[in-house]
Design a protein around this ligand. Sequence first.
Ligand SMILES: Cc1ncc(COP(=O)(O)O)c(C=O)c1O
Length: 409
Amino acid sequence: MAREIAKYAIKYLIKTPKAGSIPETFSEDLSKKVLHFHRRLPGYQPTHLIRLRNLAQSWGVAEILIKDESTRFGLGAFKVLGGSYAVARLLCQKLGIDIQTIDFDYLTSDAVRKRVGHITLATATDGNHGRGVAWAAEQLGLQAMIYMPKGTARSRVENIRCHGGTVEVTALNYDDTVRLCSRRARENGWHVIQDTAWEGYEDIPRWIMQGYMTICVEAVSQMREQGVNRPTHVFIQAGVGAFAGAMVGYLARLFQDDTPCFIIMEPNNAACLFSSAIAGDGLPRNVTGDLSTIMAGLACGEPNPFAWNILWDFVRCFICCDDFVSANGIRILANPLKGDESVEAGESGSVGVGLLDLLANNADFGVLKQALKIGPGANVLFFNTEGATDPENYREILWHGKYPSMTYK
Ligand SMILES: Cc1ncc(COP(=O)(O)O)c(C=O)c1O
């Protein structure tokens, strides 16, 4: 049954994970191959796993670990890992070759260009995914046609145009923009590189999710290097749920004897996974409307059905919240305790830390905290999935306290 902490506009559902069988899609073996592919991309560097020891002590948990994707390939977000892998798989499929057998340079060669001909990639995006696809197209000498929902921040449009992508900002919400993009691609013979799936369109979204595994492979190895065996709690923010599905799929498989507690977070106005969870029958549900939230990357109303199946099986808690939680996360990460590192987190990257602040420090969240067993034994893993991709809003949040905390006393 869903519960509400009405004073703070937070709803959550705790469920007992079913621990069903874990799809092969996220095997350790494949994750190594994906990492091998990313390592050959120009500019590859593993992103940092930031350990906030003083914050962990202050909030009464063993570890707070933040996998900081804000620096991934200099593109401000993790998304390029999925887009680049999917585009490369698509090219390899056209060429009839195995991705393991080629160098990235080969894919950019004239020989390949001659064999595959002129290719245009098309996608709908709230910013980060389109930036990753435009970057991959630029690297490979392909065209990119990018559709964005209404209200998209100018900086996010510019971040795509500067990689040569053609951008159209629509008058539609995210999900209708996905449909528009798919229609235009059909009419024009473009290749859709979308991170959500529908009937008959499953390979590319699956490749995108597999591309995200590099984050987990790096994070687990960095954790072990720092003497932390495993995460006990993993907070994951979700839009269509592809990112969360990949993280849960990989980690549940890797730690199958002692599965971490997975917590999925969404904005109140775009909580399609939460709505699916409360329906209780294991089927995905859509939400509609303009999906308005500062967490632009999470403003999606229709779950990725493949990701949803994984989340339904393995997630312990679905939770949705208002924008102030994300804004608090931004402020906390940018202003660390003495001795901790500061982290630039964008609106979709910071929500987990904003939420842990409430759980750790606010008696109204005591029941939830206890149900999730958040305490001195908890190794908590977060993903800062983006940096300040809307710098104006980021500054307003930090400098002028936009979206003020509802817990300010
Ligand atoms: C920064 C950021 N975080 C998280 C997500 C959520 O990913 P997904 O839509 O796969 O759930 C997105 C999606 O665009 C994003 O841009």
